[in-house]
Write a protein that binds this ligand. Sequence first.
Ligand SMILES: NC(=O)c1ccc[n+]([C@@H]2O[C@H](COP(=O)([O-])OP(=O)(O)OC[C@H]3O[C@@H](n4cnc5c(N)ncnc54)[C@H](O)[C@@H]3O)[C@@H](O)[C@H]2O)c1
Length: 417
Amino acid sequence: MSPVSHDADDPLAWAREYTPILRSYQEEYGETKPLSGYTVAFASHLETKSGVAIETLREAGAEVLFAPSEPQSTHGDVVDALDAREGITAFAWEGMTDDEFDAAQHELLEEEPDFILDDGCELIAKVHAEHPDVAAQVIGGGEQTTAGITRLEAMEEEGILQFPVYGVNDTPMKHFFDNVHGTGESSLTNIAITTNSIVSGKDVVVCGYGYCGRGIARKARGMGGQTIVTEVDPRKALQAHMDGHRVMDMAEASEVGDLFISATGNREVMREEHFEKMQDGAILANSGHFDVEIDLEALEAAAESTSTPKEGVTQYHMPDGRRLNLLAEGRLVNLTGPFSQGHPAEVMDTTFAMMFVAAYDMLVDGPDLEPGLYNIPDRLDRAVAERKLETLGVSIDDMTESQQAYTEEWEHPDSSF
Ligand SMILES: NC(=O)c1ccc[n+]([C@@H]2O[C@H](COP(=O)([O-])OP(=O)(O)OC[C@H]3O[C@@H](n4cnc5c(N)ncnc54)[C@H](O)[C@@H]3O)[C@@H](O)[C@H]2O)c1
């Protein structure tokens, strides 16, 4: 692979170095441009790694239109550098309001993309709800988050999906790494940087023991935190218990936690009845969905006043003298805090590689798919895993012929019957 550029003015240079799978696609498709003639819409948190994904789509020949998936996480230097390139158009800027974010997504959709790569399903939902003529022409899409998949399942159930969508989130190469390791490490890193406070020795309450919660809890314990998990699914709760975390309901956890991190995809996981019990100095962070996991209205209503003791920390002063510290205004702490840079680049390399192959497969290989939500074919998942191992210089074994046969036959010569 060719060496990466070290142009000091190129905001993507550092991320490019840690995204070798995306660079390998740029190299492989830079000449043949298999996506030429297609317009790909791309919504994501806009920072350096998604910037490399956008340039990879462009390098493979696509016209790329991009917008944020969350208005507060945009890095302006990345947007400006990409927008200056021919064939890439930004519908984004740093510091957008929620209304401007909505308007920009609509403007993007009016450009009639052929394919939509989404993060949270906002673009796909908007094209169906408000641009039906555009939706009717879209060839397909890909969705990278758990919350987005939930919305797509609801759309499929209602029978309103107009095109096929690959559920990129549900592929092992995405959620085993991005959700577990990416969210785990980047949430704790950003909490530590924002608060300048130690995790070790703290009672860390992780709400939700799905892929993200599991990663956060495992890594918090690795840092010396005393982990507590809350759940609504008895099997996940049992899994957390068997993994060695304390499991309790939120009412009990509220009384003992020093640091609360929510990763459920659900709303109002921390709410009034919990704020009433939390200890003075408790830290509240959301790593799950938008800004809905902590009931911000209830927190505001319960407090007498607020202050900002540190950038990225809003302190709520309760009438009884307790102070609750909310990070990143209740938005995703790993993506929207003042020091946050999102997931580590190596992890996003894999996620965006899956998004890239989703677009490539539907646009270039053209499987005959009816509108609906589809799992990414296993061959694509394996191919990205193999490419990742190659970039890491890691080799694995091939099954011998006899081993292969053993996995395919039901009559085993060495069985006793
Ligand atoms: N911060 C990030 O960068 C990032 C990255 C990936 C995913 N996410 C988001 O994180 C959220 C979780 O993703 P995941 O992949 O772990 O999903 P998941 O479905 O694997 O896990 C969610 C878990 O939360 C539990 N849960 C639901 N409601 C709850 C409640 N009220 N209290 C306690 N537990 C509850 C569910 O039972 C489930 O086990 C989603 O919104 C996803 O989009 C964030």
